[in-house]
Design a protein around this ligand. Structure first.
Ligand SMILES: [Mn+2]
Length: 299
């Protein structure tokens, strides 16, 4: 099965691949490497709409879709407090209003991208958050419901990305199991989960079991090896990952989310998709070998 791949462009920005500075070079590199899309930053108040539209149309002219918009959550990603799980209602509703503007941005596309949401505190409280986890869950579920309701008539999907305990709330919404239970509880058709292999590798059980558990709620994948570097450079079994996604008929994107971009952004972009395409070929080869072995030998 042939899967669809994208690159989260903000992951390249700190290592010489800033799409807002050199859109042509970045987008051409991604397109020529064989990707199907690019995930753009969701910063409607910070990125000039003209600049955003220029990059989006340049991507389209190179045959690249925009499957997802990437929000920034938490103090150090966002430079301001955007906390969908906050006990402070004014903080929570500020985060919801930011996400609503991002949904409006998504709705402007012919084929609207998915929006990624997460629970990230203003500052890490590892190893255990001081806010009661039941409060965090209630607050986040409320935000997720509000956003799913806002997004539905605009044709936008919302995907909950669990974040590992060191970056997110330590003890809350670190796992796919918890994200899926919130998506199930809210019960909106346009609300699902996003599996980032770096976070999943830290917090969940076996990766392939986790993908199967997410099942039809799995909207998007963030692609990296366990070391958050190019797939194939760590110890995740990507052949099994591909076999699992094939067995699920997964039709979403795998968006490269390896940070920082090492050894350099172009090598990361190039080598990641060539490795994944080789895994797809090996999975197909396994199937062909099995098919050949089921056939009766020639008389
Ligand atoms: Mn991610």
């Amino acid at each position: 099965m042939v899967h669809k791949y994208s690159v989260i462009l903000v992951t390249l920005a700190g290592d010489g691949g800033n799409v807002w500075e050199k859109p042509q070079e970045v987008l051409e590199t991604v397109a020529e490497s064989g990707y199907d899309g690019v995930d753009l930053d969701a910063e409607p108040d910070r990125i000039d709409p003209q600049e955003f539209n220029k990059v989006a149309s340049m991507a389209a002219s190179l045959g690249l879709k925009v499957p997802a918009l990437i929000c920034a959550w938490g103090g150090w990603h966002a430079g301001e407090v955007r906390d969908l799980a906050s006990n402070d209602e004014s903080v929570r509703s500020y985060a919801v209003s930011y996400a609503q503007k991002c949904i409006d941005l998504a709705a402007g596309f012919d084929d609207p991208p998915i929006l990624e949401i997460a629970a990230v505190p203003p500052a890490s409280e590892y190893p255990v958050t001081s806010v009661p986890r039941a409060d965090l869950r209630r607050n986040f579920a409320k935000s997720a419901r509000e956003l799913a309701e806002y997004a539905a008539p605009r044709g936008v999907g919302v995907a909950i990305e669990p974040i590992n305990r060191f970056e997110g709330y330590a003890g809350f919404l670190n796992s796919i199991v918890e994200a899926k239970s919130i998506a199930d509880e809210v019960g909106a058709d346009n609300l699902g989960v996003l599996a980032d292999f770096f976070h999943v590798n830290i917090e969940d059980a076996a990766l392939t079991d986790t993908l199967r558990h997410a099942a039809d709620k799995l909207m998007c994948i963030h692609l990296a090896d366990n070391n958050r570097q190019a797939p194939g450079t760590g110890h995740i079994d990507f052949l099994q990952v591909i076999r699992t996604l094939n067995s699920m008929d997964y039709s979403g994107y795998l968006s490269l989310d390896a940070v920082p971009a090492k050894p350099d952004w172009k090598t990361l972009v190039n080598s990641s998709i060539s490795f994944m395409k080789q895994m797809e070929q090996m999975a197909a080869l396994q199937d062909r070998i099995a098919a050949a072995e089921r056939m009766a030998p020639p008389a």
